[in-house]
Design a protein around this ligand. Structure first.
Ligand code: KG4
Ligand code: ZN
Length: 393
């Protein structure tokens, strides 16, 4: 297989990333400048601030990625950049910079879907993981990929033919994405931002059985609904069953619990105490949580994890997949990883995740997803633009 060294650039949300990856597999460098500190006071990503921070970071981040990789602007073979989905203004920073580089250096330019990037993050390590588990390093199709992040909870069936990856969407969230639910619940409980990593680390200190939350209430087309011809069943474009998620209900249930249990004064006290600590550590947050709050956090996470795992595995059975990928920011969650490993293992389905660092937004995944496109000569012209609502096919 031909070799290629690709510079990847990612700027779709609140991380400015640049990475150099050889042949879609070997990470030579992977630099991420996080904007968490900028958005923290607002409890969420502020689009205008994100664009401004990307503008400040893009040149040093790209330079650092090249230096760490021992490469130069001249020595790379192609430039890959995230086209969408994401914040339009944020995407444009990466795209404009990538275009300028490609034009000046006369290098091919490759546009990558951010969601495809998350899926390909798994491939950066899947072969080694599979071999460690005693496998042959081969990837068996169809692959079912759950992309679970701050903006998406999507299920894709992936196929590969002659370096062409194709994706069929067989499920998505009808309202909030899973990561969004983690972030909103953490904000509601005065735990800080972003919520996912905080809840992940607090949950082991609480009792996950303490509060009973209903899994999402929507009628999704699992196997049983499908066979019974449930009227609420949604067929996808190709007539197959769809596996939808919904996480706004559980957020409201947490709010209701907070109100009925009169937790608001203690939440406000915690919020104020944390605001007075410059860089709060987990121990600081934990010390400010009573048992009831820790139990609530653990119960919320258990319910999220069980729902994500149950629906994904139901889809895997329905479509008779041979491999499962779980990627995106929420894939960094420890309980999600162990539950998937356990339950998929019971089903005899191999499951692969990116390492935690590659689960959240980064540019190595963009450079990795660009490699098959490089082999196929799938380059974009200088007039391509950002696509904030870009779909993956
Ligand atoms: O993929 P990502 O970095 O950005 C998007 O494309 O959205 O995902 C960010 C999301 C946030 O909602 C964050 O709270 C969540 O992923 N997240 C986690 C964990 N780490 C990040 N959620 C649960 N557990 C984690 N350890
Ligand atoms: Zn992402």
């Amino acid at each position: 297989m031909p070799d290629a060294t690709i510079l990847g650039i990612e700027s779709s949300c609140d991380e400015t990333g640049a990475a150099v990856v050889r042949s879609g597999e070997r990470i030579l460098s992977n630099v991420v400048a996080s904007q968490i500190a900028t958005h923290q006071p607002y409890g969420g990503v502020v689009p205008e601030l994100a664009s401004r921070e990307h503008l400040k970071a893009i040149v040093p981040v790209v330079r650092q990625a090249l230096t760490e990789a021992g490469e130069t602007y001249q020595s790379i073979d192609a430039i890959a950049v995230t086209q969408g989905p994401g914040l339009a203004g944020a995407l444009l920073v990466g795209i404009s910079f990538a275009k300028a580089l490609a034009f000046a250096l006369e290098k091919p330019l490759i546009a990558v879907n951010h969601l495809e990037g998350h899926i390909h993050a798994v491939l950066l390590e899947q072969r080694q993981m599979q071999q460690r588990q005693g496998g042959d390093g081969e990837l068996y199709f169809p692959v079912l990929a759950l992309v679970v992040s701050g903006g998406h909870t999507h299920l894709y069936l992936a196929q590969l033919h002659e370096n062409l990856w194709t994706y069929r969407n067989i499920g998505h969230t009808r309202d909030d994405a899973a990561g969004e639910a983690f972030d909103k619940v953490a904000k509601l409980l005065g735990l800080g931002y972003p919520g996912g990593p905080i809840i992940d680390r607090l949950a082991p200190h609480g009792d996950p059985q303490a509060v009973k939350f209903q899994a999402s209430q929507i009628k999704h087309a699992d196997r049983r609904d499908h066979k019974q011809g449930d009227a609420a069943r949604v067929a996808d474009e190709e007539g197959g069953p769809h596996f939808d998620f919904s996480y706004s209900g559980i957020k409201t249930a947490v709010l209701r619990y907070v109100e009925t249990q009169k937790l608001k004064p203690s939440i406000e006290a915690r919020r104020q105490a944390l605001a007075g600590i410059e860089k709060p550590k987990l121990e600081d947050v934990r010390a400010l949580c009573d048992r009831q709050t820790l139990n609530l956090v653990a119960s919320f996470q258990r319910s999220m994890v069980n729902d994500l795992v149950a629906k994904t595995l139901a889809a895997g059975r329905e479509y008779d997949v041979r491999t499962l990928f779980v990627s995106g920011g929420v894939a960094a969650n420890q309980e999600l990883r162990t539950t998937f490993e356990l339950e998929a293992g019971r089903q005899g389905l191999p499951v692969f995740f990116p390492s935690r660092a590659l689960s959240t937004d980064n540019a190595a995944m963009i450079a990795a997803a660009a490699f098959p496109k490089f082999l196929r000569g799938e380059f974009v012209a200088m007039d391509f633009s950002a696509e904030a609502g870009m779909a993956l096919r």
